[in-house]
Design a protein around this ligand. Structure first.
Ligand SMILES: NC(=O)C1=CN([C@@H]2O[C@H](COP(=O)(O)OP(=O)(O)OC[C@H]3O[C@@H](n4cnc5c(N)ncnc54)[C@H](OP(=O)(O)O)[C@@H]3O)[C@@H](O)[C@H]2O)[C@@H](O)CC1
Ligand SMILES: Nc1ncnc2c1ncn2[C@@H]1O[C@H](COP(=O)(O)OP(=O)(O)O)[C@@H](O)[C@H]1O
Ligand SMILES: [K+]
Length: 501
């Protein structure tokens, strides 16, 4: 698990590393600059191309000066440094790096206002104006300057954080930020890099290690955690010898209407392929032929007309409800029945969530440890409109804690909020998975993992990870633009087996 730290905590980790490694602050900056340059050399090998390095007077600017010096040492021929002296303040490490730059023949100039800046016509811009020290939205000279740079046709490579971009906290819709084609960031992705608003300002991000003390960063116990493959390998159990279908539980998927039977089929397939010993689908009678021909391994509990199905609650180790269920009277009754009769954690998705949003009294009946899987719109229907993803995260955390439930907020980096106040960012999945029915498969996977005896938390972490990983395995090596949910479900056994060897 990689802890994701706020800027304030990164500063603490920085100070701790400086005093305990120990390493001088200027040497840590040198290390950061070297890490940046290491990546840059490999990806921008043309040493004749002109590079404009724009430096503020804080430590981000200090990095910029050190990087300009190192690129010069690596024989980059056309480096032009501009220092923005928009205030009287300068950090000690900036000042030291300016002295070091003056011992080279890299040309640099200083400007006191945005109006003094002249066009460099460099195809590459390195952004070292402001980094994680940003403490207010850009205005005045920085705002003008960044607006000007945004109008220049060049590839922008930001050091650590693009100028004007808050590494955490709500991002205003009209924020002025120096848009980066690439950010080379130190030690860990910043939390806001993983939220959808980042896509307006950051095209691509690379993380380079600068050796901050890992034990210390873990001890800070950040609520924000990034899931890595090794975490899932520890959680996922291989199937054992001498086991039988009973060992792996029975999942019931309550889903589908006549016109949305696909949702029930895809959820049920997710459950079966993720390894539930048995999967039953509670579907309308009209869907029975489709179910049997799609996947004969599935069993059916028939919903006939308006009467409630006869569900033997004790038979099921887990229940998922919602995909394609509709929000009519009948669906509401069915959901109420489940919430009244079933006391173990359940998975609630799609129309199950929409029904709770309309009938919020149902909230009180959700069994503790249950898993809710809203996408952004379902989330806002449940918990109110949000204007930023940061705010959505804080709501998810609060609601998960107060209600003792797990909330999986689906997205590019799907986030799981837990009753213990943690927010786990998933590291798998890709845009080829943006197709209808993909969330239904996830719902089935989660029900399957609960049926197999995984705790709710482990089911969330494993479920989201293998869902995204199966999507990655299909899409990325094959350069596939679209992955269909049914195919993804079929990939799951292979994905899971690779994680248990
Ligand atoms: N541990 C690490 O990861 C390492 C980090 N390193 C590097 O340090 C960077 C952080 O450096 P930093 O703290 O000196 O802040 P930085 O971003 O240069 O800003 C400078 C000053 O600008 C000001 N300011 C703020 N907002 C403003 C605004 N809107 N408009 C105008 N001014 C504004 C504010 O001053 P103030 O307002 O307080 O007077 C602030 O102090 C980090 O991103 C990374 O590149 C590495 O070198 C080594 C290891
Ligand atoms: N651009 C994307 N990048 C990564 N994952 C995505 C992307 N778009 C969708 N997904 C994943 O696909 C699933 C879509 O869920 P959802 O919107 O509920 O689909 P549906 O309701 O059609 O089943 C989520 O698990 C989400 O994380
Ligand atoms: K920057």
């Amino acid at each position: 698990m990689l802890p994701l730290l706020t800027s304030a905590d990164i500063r603490k980790a920085d100070e701790y590393t400086i005093s305990h490694e120990p390493v001088a602050s200027i040497d840590l900056m040198e290390r950061a600059a070297r890490a940046f340059v290491g990546w840059f050399l490999n990806h921008f090998p043309d040493k004749q191309k002109a590079i404009a390095v724009y430096c503020g007077t804080g430590n981000n600017g200090g990095d910029g000066l050190a990087i300009a010096r190192m690129l010069h040492q690596h024989q980059y021929k056309n480096i032009y440094v501009t220092i923005t002296r928009f205030s009287d303040k300068a950090s000690a490490d900036f000042t030291e790096n300016l002295t070091r730059l003056q011992h080279t023949d890299v040309p640099f100039k200083e400007v006191n206002s945005a109006a003094e800046v002249t066009a460099e016509n460099c195809p590459i811009i390195i952004d070292a104006l402001l980094g994680s020290g940003l403490n207010k939205p850009l205005d005045g000279e920085y705002k003008h300057f960044v607006e000007y740079l945004n109008s220049v046709d060049a590839t922008v490579v930001a050091i650590d954080v693009p100028t004007g971009f808050f590494a955490e906290g709500a991002i205003e819709q009209d924020a002025v930020v120096l848009k980066a084609d690439l950010v080379i960031t130190f030690q860990q992705p910043k939390i806001n890099f993983l939220l959808p608003e980042a896509s307006h300002y950051i095209n691509c991000c690379e993380v380079v290690n600068i050796g901050l003390d890992e034990e210390f960063t873990r001890s800070l116990d950040s609520p924000y955690q990034y899931i890595e493959e090794k975490d899932i390998r520890k959680l996922l159990k291989p199937r054992k010898r001498f086991t039988n279908k009973g060992t792996y539980g029975h999942a019931l998927i309550i889903a589908g209407e006549e016109k949305t039977m696909g949702a029930a089929l895809l959820s049920s397939a997710g459950s079966a392929y993720a390894g539930a010993g048995l999967t039953s689908a509670c579907i309308p009678a009209s869907g029975l032929t489709a179910l049997n021909s799609y996947l004969p391994e599935l069993m059916a509990v028939i919903r006939d007309g308006n009467s409630l199905p006869d569900i033997k609650w004790d038979k099921y180790n887990s229940i998922a409800i919602g995909p394609g269920l509709g929000t009519g009277e009948n669906a509401l009754e069915l959901l109420s029945e489940v919430l009244t009769n079933y006391k173990r954690p359940i998975v609630i998705d799609a129309d199950g969530l929409n029904l709770i949003a309309i009938n919020s009294v149902l909230f009180g009946n959700i069994p503790q440890g249950s898993i809710l899987t809203p996408h952004m719109k379902e989330f806002d229907r449940l918990f109110g409109e949000h204007t930023s993803w940061w705010d959505r995260l804080q709501t998810a955390r609060k609601q998960a804690e107060e209600r003792y439930i797990y909330i999986i907020l689906k997205n590019d980096y799907t986030i799981t909020a837990t009753p213990q106040g943690k927010l786990y960012f998933n590291s798998t999945s890709n845009a080829a998975m943006a197709t209808g029915g993909m969330g239904d498969v996830l719902t089935g996977i989660l029900a399957s993992l609960l049926a197999q005896g995984y705790s709710s938390e482990d089911a969330c972490l494993i479920g989201v990870y293998i869902h995204g990983k199966a999507g990655d395995e299909l899409a990325l090596p094959n350069r596939m633009n679209v992955v269909l949910p049914g195919k993804l479900a079929q990939q799951l056994p292979l994905t899971m087996s690779k994680l248990t060897v």
